[in-house]
Design a protein around this ligand. Sequence first.
Ligand SMILES: [Zn+2]
Length: 457
Amino acid sequence: MAQPLVSHPEPLEPPLRPLLAAQPSRFILLEREVEQEYRPQMLEALQRKVNTVAEEARAAVPECPRCGQPMIYHDTRPVSWLAHWGRLQASPSRYRCSPCKQERRPLLDILGVEPGRICGSLARRLGLLAAVAPYELAARLARLLLGVTISAMGVWRVAQRLGQAAANYSEALSQYHADSRSEGAAVDHAPPAVVLGIDGCTLGMQVRTYRRRRVGAEPLPALPAIEQGHFREVKTGVVLLPRERVETSPGRRSVVRRFLVTCLGDADEIFRRLYAQVRELGWVGPHTVVVIVGDGAEWIWNRAAMFLQRCEILDFWHALEHAWAFARLRYGEGSAQADQWVHQIAEDLRAGKVQEVIARLQRLRPKTPELRESLQALIRYYRENAGRMRYDEYLRLGYGIGSGAVESAHKQVVHARLRQAGMRWSESGVRRLLALRLLLLNDNWELLDRMRMVSLA
Ligand SMILES: [Zn+2]
């Protein structure tokens, strides 16, 4: 049971006395008392139900998954596993098919438990804590919320096994939809337009090839500094319907629903996942316009071509950021003139006057080589993207002009858990954790109940 984190000497000194009672409230004590009393009873009740299932499973002789022949009884050995209220026991029979080198313990398959491991709901709840908090903190939350004592490493292990299951599932899903013969969801109710946005950031990766070991009570040796090349890009894609954008307060928009996909690295991979997600939703029909919002990075536009009916939009704020870069150089950081200059450009761009803006920029005669270079870069950027800067049209069609929803989604998926101070990741660690976070943020967490935890060597 949970112990108080700090114990105070009693009796308390006067300034603290009115603020801190000598004991927890009577009601809290009652709640704890009942919990203590019924925990063993819950465990017993659960054990009885497990025994009933074991009884039912006794007669079943499994077929070999490879050759289909009935398997041969081998032995019966007791096993146990951990659940929320304690340890459960069973004696599953083991069957074998020697020619195929296959082995089965039907009872464990029926129950979906693994000997010696944390299983069932407890495992899922620990996975949930690990998906939202660093492992040390998750272990503390497990104690405070669930009354379960577990080490950070214990939480880590559970999260890896569940995360691998979730990662396998989302990988299989995108493979399934990548095959054009596969059946997507029905597109009878496909929307007229769907918005896809992509954002990315880098994560510091572990450079060590072995785990650090604690020697006695000594603290772990410090990690080496991150070197060049030990960063990996994580990308997040968002799928949403423009018609589901609502104005929550003047100027503030949010979306009713959005679906997230994510991956480590590769540009093709994030598009594969986006494609799988829209097919899974049945959101791209023969008349659907796929609206792709990007920051001007070539790799996004190169791959956007996979959608035949598309509308490419250069994120409005990125377009302005480039104008700011020049304005700061020309008028000085934080000057009112820079502000005014960019404001005018923003207004014109919003009105769809990108060609006029470009023409105006070309008439400027900057005095220094540095300014000239900056101006040329700005003109080039607007010219290359002019076809994606018809903001008046996008606003009229209700597509939106910014990738704010994408950026906030990306921060929620990645930054909030994986980019905290000093964090370094292994590739498999990132993949697993991202897969868990996606289930949670896409409101699909229950799917995990139907996934088999993956045993990791
Ligand atoms: Zn066989």
